[in-house]
Design a protein around this ligand. Structure first.
Ligand code: SF4
Length: 294
C-alpha cells in the first residue's frame, strides 16, 4: 500500500522516516539490499548489469537509427548544455542559493571551532551520572544533544541542494507555464523541503544555543542567518508552505491534514510513536515552524 511519489518531497532520512512501510523507494532498497554485505555485492552486480545493458541498448539504437534514417547528431546538445549551465549559474547567483551555501560552510566552521565543548559536556554528564544528581537525566540529555547535532548535519547541505532544485525548476516551469497551469509546482515542493530543513535546523540550533553559552554569539549568528534565509525563501516561493507533499501532508476525505512531526525530539514535535502523533489536525496553510513532517 505505497503512497505514490512520497519519496519526491522527503528529506531522504529513511532512518527517521515514519513512512518507510508506505514508501516504494525504501521497500525496493530493502528488497534489493537487505544488509550491508549484500548491498556491496549487489551494488557491484547492479552496475555491471547496467553497463552491459547500456552497451546493448546503444548498439540497438544505432542499428534502428540507421535503418530509419535518423541522424543522432542532429540534436544541438551543445546549446542544451549551455542553457542548462546558464540556468545553473543564474540559480547559484540567487541570494537563496548563496545564503544556503554560506550556511553549510558556517556549520562546518562552528563544529570545527567547538572542539572540546562536546568532550567537556560529555564529562559533565558522566559526572552527573556518577554523583546520581537527580535534576539531570544524563541519558536523555545525551540523546537530545546528539539528536540536535544529527538534525543539523543531515540538513546542512540538503537545504542548498533543495533550493537549487527549486530555483532551477522554477525557470523551467516559467517556460512551460501554459502546460503546467493548475498543477502543483515541483519548485514549490522542493522549496518546502528546504524550508522544513531550515525549520528543523533552527530548532536544533536552539538546543546548542542553550547548552553551550560560551558559543552564544556564534550560534546566534547562525540562527539569525537561518531565519533570514527562511524569510527570503518564503518570499521567493510564497506557495511553498501550502504545497501538499504526498503522504506527509496528505489531506483525507474530510479535509484534515495528516502531516506528522518526523524528526523526533530535536524539533519538539510529537514523535511518530507518541500517543498524539496520529491525531488528525485541522487542515492549515499557516506556518508551523517545527511540526512540518517529512
Ligand atoms: S519517504 Fe521516507 S522512507 Fe521513503 S525515501 Fe523518503 S525518507 Fe526514505
Amino acid at each position: 500500500d505505497f503512497i505514490s511519489g512520497i519519496y519526491n518531497y522527503c528529506d531522504r532520512w529513511c532512518e527517521r522516516c515514519p513512512f518507510t512501510t508506505r514508501c516504494m523507494n525504501f521497500a525496493l532498497g530493502r528488497e534489493e539490499f537487505p544488509d550491508d554485505a549484500s548491498r556491496d555485492v549487489r551494488n557491484a552486480e547492479f552496475w555491471e548489469g547496467i553497463s552491459g545493458m547500456l552497451q546493448a541498448t546503444i548498439e540497438l539504437l544505432y542499428e534502428m537509427a540507421e535503418e530509419r534514417g535518423i541522424d543522432l547528431d542532429a540534436v544541438d546538445t551543445t546549446a542544451i548544455m549551455a542553457e542548462e549551465e546558464r540556468q545553473r549559474e543564474v540559480a547559484q547567483a540567487h541570494p537563496c542559493a548563496a545564503a544556503s551555501k554560506a550556511y553549510a560552510d558556517s556549520v562546518d566552521n562552528w563544529f570545527a571551532a567547538a572542539g572540546d565543548l562536546f568532550r567537556q559536556k560529555g564529562e559533565a554528564l558522566a559526572t552527573a551520572l556518577r554523583l546520581n544528581l537527580t535534576d539531570v537525566d544524563p541519558g536523555a540529555e545525551t540523546n537530545r544533544l546528539s539528536d540536535a547535532v544529527a538534525v543539523i548535519r543531515w540538513h546542512q547541505f540538503q537545504i542548498h541542494v533543495r533550493l537549487m532544485r527549486a530555483l532551477q525548476g522554477r525557470h523551467d516551469e516559467e517556460n512551460l507555464a501554459d502546460v503546467l497551469e493548475g498543477f502543483p509546482k515541483d519548485s514549490d515542493g522542493s522549496a518546502k523541503v528546504a524550508l522544513i530543513g531550515i525549520d528543523r535546523s533552527i530548532a536544533a540550533w536552539g538546543k546548542l544555543l542553550r547548552d553551550f553559552p560560551s558559543r552564544e554569539t556564534e550560534t546566534l549568528e547562525i540562527l539569525v542567518h537561518l531565519d533570514r534565509l527562511r524569510r527570503v525563501v518564503e518570499r521567493e516561493f510564497p506557495e511553498a508552505r501550502a504545497f501538499v507533499r504526498p503522504g506527509f501532508d496528505f489531506l483525507d476525505a474530510w479535509g484534515w491534514a495528516r502531516g506528522r512531526g518526523g524528526s523526533g525530539s530535536a524539533n519538539g514535535c510529537p514523535s511518530p510513536h507518541s500517543p498524539t502523533a496520529d491525531l488528525p489536525k485541522p487542515a492549515t496553510r499557516g506556518y508551523n515552524p517545527t511540526c512540518s513532517g517529512g
